[in-house]
Ligand binder design. Structure first.
Ligand code: ADP
Ligand code: MG
Length: 311
């Protein structure tokens, strides 16, 4: 099915990030609710260059259509529209973990372990089956639906999208970069994704981005942060608050030398993951759904946008 702008009806805004703005939309020909992300492009003034680059990105994005995994947000298609690119994907009703974390403050360790298993399985699928590394693992790119399924979104298949958006806003995402990515030279590898998994799971459990470590002076600029990541020891979970299993798991993800860092399949065999393998998040997701009003659960098309203050 060829996706085009005219076929979408706006329902509400789901969020804005470094990558662009995401809307909940109705695709009228198929009567399907989708999440549609619009990425604006600034790639220099040359029209031809821009068009060539848009075509290239759309071609690269085609790979995503063949991705089929319960751990990956489904990709429906993409199209360009005067200087920007729209990416249409599965709508995930409870949203992303950055927002869930904001509501909850912290997420219990056993739940974090379950999230970890899904993320690792998603990364393993992308890597083994599609030869794709994610490049942008962080809480806002991990989503939860009301069945309790955890899925990852926004894999950087297209370097140009990553570069394009990073040039636009020089904040945010970079804190999750692995040390070998900070000091350039290395291209992004599956090991760099594992570093980001370690930081993300720490953040979900403690409610706090791990840099700078508690008690350390603030890192006022992004350059200070990047220097810290490169030069200083990796962060670790506060002792005594979590299981030894979890402490150990995080320290494996945050081994500074990427060659020593484990792969998804190694980590899936870590006792932190094995322990929760047969657990389900269905009940937990159900509780979240009934205890919170979701601003993105904004009803049927044509209804007024309802934004509920979640504070
Ligand atoms: P970021 O990931 O940096 O927050 P994005 O532009 O990728 O920026 O996404 C903005 C927000 O939109 C996310 O934080 C998330 O809450 C929401 N979002 C993204 N994709 C989806 C989706 N498929 N379903 C539901 N919500 C989504
Ligand atoms: Mg995102």
């Amino acid at each position: 099915f060829k996706l085009k702008e005219d076929d979408f009806q706006f329902i509400c805004e789901l969020g804005t990030g470094a990558g662009g703005t995401v809307h909940k939309v109705l695709h009228t020909p198929t009567n399907r609710i989708m999440a549609k992300k619009v990425i604006g492009f600034i790639l220099g003034g040359d029209e031809n260059e821009r068009e060539k680059s848009e075509k290239g990105i759309l071609r690269e994005l085609k790979v995503l259509r063949s991705c089929e995994s319960q751990y990956i947000v489904e990709f429906y298609g993409a199209f360009s529209n005067i200087g920007d690119i729209s990416i249409c994907m599965e709508y995930i009703d409870l949203g992303s973990f950055d927002k869930i974390l904001k509501k909850l403050g912290t997420i219990p360790e056993d739940i974090v372990a379950k999230i970890t298993v899904s993320v690792l399985k998603g990364l393993k699928y992308l890597y083994d089956e599609k030869n794709i590394v994610h490049r942008d693992i962080k809480p806002s790119n991990i989503l939860l639906n009301s069945k309790g399924e955890v899925k990852i979104a926004d894999f950087g298949v297209s370097k140009e999208i990553v570069n394009g958006t990073m040039a636009r806003t020089f904040t945010g995402t970079q804190g999750y970069l692995a040390p070998e990515r900070v000091c350039e030279g290395r291209i992004h590898s599956i090991e760099s994704d594992i570093w980001s998994v370690g930081l993300t799971m720490m953040e979900l459990a403690t409610g706090r981005f791990p840099f700078p470590p508690e008690g350390h002076a603030p890192l006022p600029s992004i350059l200070d942060l990047l220097k810290y990541i490169e030069m200083e020891p990796a962060p670790s979970l506060p002792t005594g608050k979590f299981s030894k299993n979890f402490e150990n798991f995080v320290s494996r993800c945050l081994i500074k030398d990427p060659d020593q860092r484990p792969k998804p399949k190694d980590l899936l065999n870590d006792s932190f993951c094995i322990r929760v393998e047969n657990e389900s998040l269905a009940q937990w997701a159900d509780d979240i759904k009934s205890n919170f009003i979701f601003s993105q659960d904004c009803g049927l098309p044509n209804q007024n946008k309802v934004v509920v203050d979640q504070a």
